[in-house]
Write a protein that binds this ligand. Structure first.
Ligand SMILES: Nc1nc2c(c(=O)[nH]1)N[C@H]1C(S)=C(S)[C@@H](COP(=O)(O)OP(=O)(O)OC[C@H]3O[C@@H](n4cnc5c(N)ncnc54)[C@H](O)[C@@H]3O)O[C@H]1N2
Ligand code: MOO
Length: 418
């Protein structure tokens, strides 16, 4: 690598080397969405719990209505009504029927359900014009899930359907790897909070929002602390005040060669944070290490917004996923046909912003997958960043690519499932 830079892959491997999944905790179901389940869940009860009706209609003894037809309806007395969750007759005797609603328990003695559509919907007596098949419209106890049956394996990433199933069998909590708490600090005396008055040389702090939102999108809990001026003591005081609550710290700015590069100045003396260059563009200046007695991992990302964001996607996101027990990356890249030409620096992996699109080409046998470069290479271009949905990866040894080239693409905006 040029100039003593570390390769992207080596740096990522070094970042991930000491990270382990967090200890499991029991969480209420709605807090477990997108998290990795750490228990093998078996069914504490059967589903359905009891035989019940799949239709609104009448619970009947099939033998009583076998002869029913449009021309010669069978008329029978109705002994009552059974609604889901409402008490009603628990049995019928031969020659009688009970009204029954979808989901209501089948009364003893009944062995089929006649839907309303095959009747005159009578309340005291009912005329039935068609005979049901054996056990028709009965949903059997245990027909879906049997008590004791294996439902969810440890390692499953819990989605809405898993949570629905857990709730359906009565589970209020589930054991999962928790969301890491990510403290986000922006450094820079030029920064102001959105909504505040700007001075002649000040700018709004976009990065803490960009990074905190990225952390949340990755499944973490974001703690957006906000702006710290370029003052090493103020930075260290604020940082240490946050550590009790932090699983990971992410800072932006103050890590290059500038005279006021506060993060580097403040953390270097600790001896636990590495600063150096990674062979990529944007995102060359990087820092990573641990801080505080709890040895909380810290990422010191470069201040340029695009550099910060791409560094998050490439290094912080895999780290958060590792802490959450997820694979560091799920299919991070795909291939697309380049629309337009690009130039790149030799010796650095370049990540260009692009617009990825999949177009169906009608009757033919596939889709056209393209990616179009957006804007320039400047790492201050937040407008172009927001307009992109992918990063075009130009390998270290490649300096130019022509239209039609097959390129690797990192898709952005992935949730915890990939
Ligand atoms: N002499 C050198 N200068 C620079 C080098 C270098 O190798 N030698 N590297 C350049 C590269 S590459 C990058 S990236 C930046 C990284 O600089 P820092 O991490 O020290 O960041 P700052 O200097 O604090 O800020 C850089 C730039 O980004 C703006 N910024 C910072 N924070 C925010 C924020 N929260 N929201 C919006 N914008 C932010 C800041 O105003 C600067 O314009 O260094 C190059 N220089
Ligand atoms: O490499 Mo810097 O990170 O261009 O912006």
């Amino acid at each position: 690598m040029p100039d003593g830079l570390e390769s992207v892959d080596d740096f990522l491997a070094r970042v991930l080397a000491d990270l382990r999944p967090a200890a499991a905790v029991d969480l209420p179901l709605m807090d477990a969405l997108g998290l990795v389940c750490t228990e093998d869940v078996s069914a504490p009860l059967s589903l359905p719990r009891f035989d019940n009706s799949a239709m609104d209609g009448y619970a009947v003894r099939r033998d009583d209505v076998l002869a029913a037809s449009e021309a010669a309806p069978v008329e029978l007395p109705v002994v009552g009504e059974i609604g889901a969750g409402r008490a009603g007759p628990s049995s019928i005797t031969p020659g009688h029927v009970a009204k029954i609603m979808t989901g209501a328990p089948m009364p003893d003695g009944a062995d089929a359900v006649v839907p309303y559509e095959w009747t005159d919907r009578g309340a005291q007596r009912v005329r039935i014009t068609q005979a049901p098949g054996p056990a028709q419209h009965i949903r059997r106890a245990g027909g879906d899930v049997t008590e004791g049956e294996h439902l969810i394996s440890a390692g499953t990433v819990l989605g809405p359907r898993h949570l629905g199933l857990l709730a359906s069998v009565g589970r209020a909590t589930v054991s999962v790897r928790p969301r890491p708490r990510v403290v986000v600090l922006s450094t820079g005396s030029e920064l102001r909070e959105p909504g505040e008055q700007l001075g002649a040389d000040s700018i709004y702090d976009g990065n803490s929002y960009l990074l905190a939102a990225s952390a949340r999108r990755a499944g973490a809990v974001d703690v957006r602390v906000g702006i710290v001026p370029d003052d090493a003591d103020a930075f260290l005081t604020l940082l240490h005040a946050q550590l009790d609550d932090a699983d990971v710290v992410v800072t932006s700015g103050g890590v290059s060669q500038g005279d006021f590069d506060v993060v580097k100045a403040a953390l270097r003396s600790l001896g636990t944070v590495w600063f150096g260059g990674v062979a990529m563009q944007p995102g060359k200046p990087q820092g990573f290490g641990v801080v505080g007695e709890q040895r909380v991992p810290i990422f010191t990302l470069p201040g340029n917004p695009v550099s910060s964001y791409i560094s998050f996607e490439l290094f912080v996101r895999p780290a958060l996923r590792t802490l959450m027990g997820l694979t560091p990356a799920v299919e991070p890249t795909t291939t697309a046909t380049l629309e337009g030409s690009v130039a790149s620096l030799s010796g650095k992996r370049q990540f260009l912003r692009g617009r990825y699109a999949v177009a169906s080409d009608g009757a033919s046998d596939g889709a056209t997958v393209t990616v179009k470069p957006i804007g320039g290479t400047g790492s201050h271009l937040v407008g172009d960043l927001a307009a992109s949905n992918a990063l075009i990866v130009v390998p270290e040894e490649v300096t130019a690519l022509e239209p039609g080239a097959q390129v690797q693409v990192v898709l952005l905006d992935r949730g915890t499932h990939g």
